[in-house]
Ligand binder design. Structure first.
Ligand code: ATP
Ligand code: MG
Length: 390
């Protein structure tokens, strides 16, 4: 889900604007059930044949606790550990940027402190290093989960895309050596999961916008986290971003389709009608009446030769989902289906919000001490993890 889209604060109207004039948008209520319908394990079994081959691995509680814990360290890979103090780990807004920076610096320190095979390291082992020793001895280790993951990766063709119940760690791809979410082993996955705010949202905040009682039980309040957290591994697919589309379904009717990648692709204009017809046909034949809700969004991918459509994901019809080239108001109020919406020009693309613009790491992180860029640092870090594992 696109959970970090800045919401319009009702009480944050610019001065001179009468906030009472524009009525608040009325979305269909986001119930616990609605949200759960969009969890991967809820929809995938039913739509398996339309989607990308995937495996669902329920996460054990000790691993969930590890994901919750502060700091980034990779289980099972001895020698690399890092922890941030509690006080600097949880913050929002500007402070997030600071904590990202700290995280990287600390990772950098950790990798140099614990360089594997570095027998010659002149550790000043006398004084104040007890804390680190303690950290190292308590390194988490999840051998059976790692085994399950490695097995799934093998079954899925050795390259996978990871996500949890709803969200992928898209905001953390910069930390991976490939700058993508392509994972080859458990360490790749753990690093991405630990570094992602989107994943943290699934862990502890997914239900915060729900407006009903948890599980329909009166007085139960808002559920804190899903009963079961899953690691979803999907076969890696080299998707052309130009061919990804988000579809909006209101009251069982497809009301809008938007290009998903906010880049201008000139060639799309020439095939706009064909794409729209294909997506509408796909909705009518395969989705309509099969998804257990009246209001939702779904994402599709059309192959480059335009012969096949893949279902990528479902999201709630809610403000927390990115409406891309639409305004939610249009989608809420329309009685008819809008034509497929594409970016009209390169200039229009520049006006669109870039993904994660509001929680991206600060630009000065790209110029870390030691003259390393993030990519160089991440690569060095990754190599050390790999070496430590062998
Ligand atoms: N199997 C895959 N292989 C490679 N890339 C993928 C794969 N699945 C998804 N992607 C890419 O990752 C993006 C995000 O995927 P997905 O929709 O599953 O994540 P999400 O966190 O739910 O995103 P959103 O918040 O937009 O709903 C897709 O737009 C696509 O570009
Ligand atoms: Mg999604």
């Amino acid at each position: 889900m696109s959970i970090y889209r800045p919401e319009q604060e009702p009480d944050a109207a610019p001065s001179g604007v009468d906030a009472t004039v524009a009525p608040a948008l009325v979305f269909p209520p986001l119930t616990h059930q609605r949200l759960e319908n969009c969890a991967f394990a809820a929809w995938y079994p039913k739509f398996r044949s339309l989607s990308i081959k995937s495996r669902i691995i329920p996460l054990p509680e000790d691993f969930i606790a590890y994901l919750h814990a502060d700091g980034v360290f990779i289980p099972g890979q001895s020698g690399i550990t890092m922890a941030l103090s509690d006080s600097e780990s949880e913050s929002d807004g500007e402070d997030d940027a600071i904590s990202d920076m700290d995280r990287i610096k600390a990772l950098q320190e950790a990798t140099s402190r614990h360089a594997p095979n570095d027998d010659s390291s002149d550790d000043d082992d006398d004084n104040n290093e007890d804390e680190e020793t303690e950290e190292e001895t308590s390194l988490p280790y999840f051998p059976s989960l790692e085994k399950e993951i490695e097995q799934a990766i093998e079954e899925l063709g050795s390259e996978v895309f990871p996500k949890l119940n709803w969200s992928s760690p898209r905001d953390a791809s910069w930390i991976a050596t490939t700058n993508t979410l392509k994972c080859h082993n458990a360490a790749d996955i753990f690093l991405l999961l630990k570094s992602s705010d989107f994943v943290a949202h699934d862990l502890a905040h997914a239900y915060e916008d729900c407006s009903d009682e948890a599980g329909g039980v009166v007085g139960a309040g808002v559920r804190v986290r899903p009963e079961r957290l899953d690691l979803v591994l999907r076969k890696w697919f080299d998707l052309a971003p130009s061919m990804e589309f988000r579809c909006f379904v209101r009251d069982h009717r497809l009301v809008g389709i938007s290009q998903r990648d906010m880049t201008y692709y000139e060639f799309l204009k020439g095939i706009q009608q064909e794409l729209e017809d294909k997506i509408v046909g796909f909705f009518e034949d395969k989705i309509h009446g099969h998804f257990p809700d009246s209001d939702y969004t779904f994402d599709v991918y059309i192959t480059r030769n335009r012969e096949r459509i893949y279902l990528i994901d479902f999201n709630p019809f809610a403000q927390k989902t990115d409406a891309l080239l639409f305004e939610w108001e249009e989608l809420l109020l329309t009685q008819e289906r809008f034509p497929l919406r594409l970016l009209a020009s390169e200039a229009a693309g520049q006006h669109m919000q870039q993904p994660f613009a509001f929680n991206r790491y600060p630009s000065d992180v790209t110029d870390l001490s030691n003259g390393q860029t993030v990519a160089e640092f991440a690569e060095a870090f990754y190599k050390k993890v790999q070496t430590a594992a062998t």
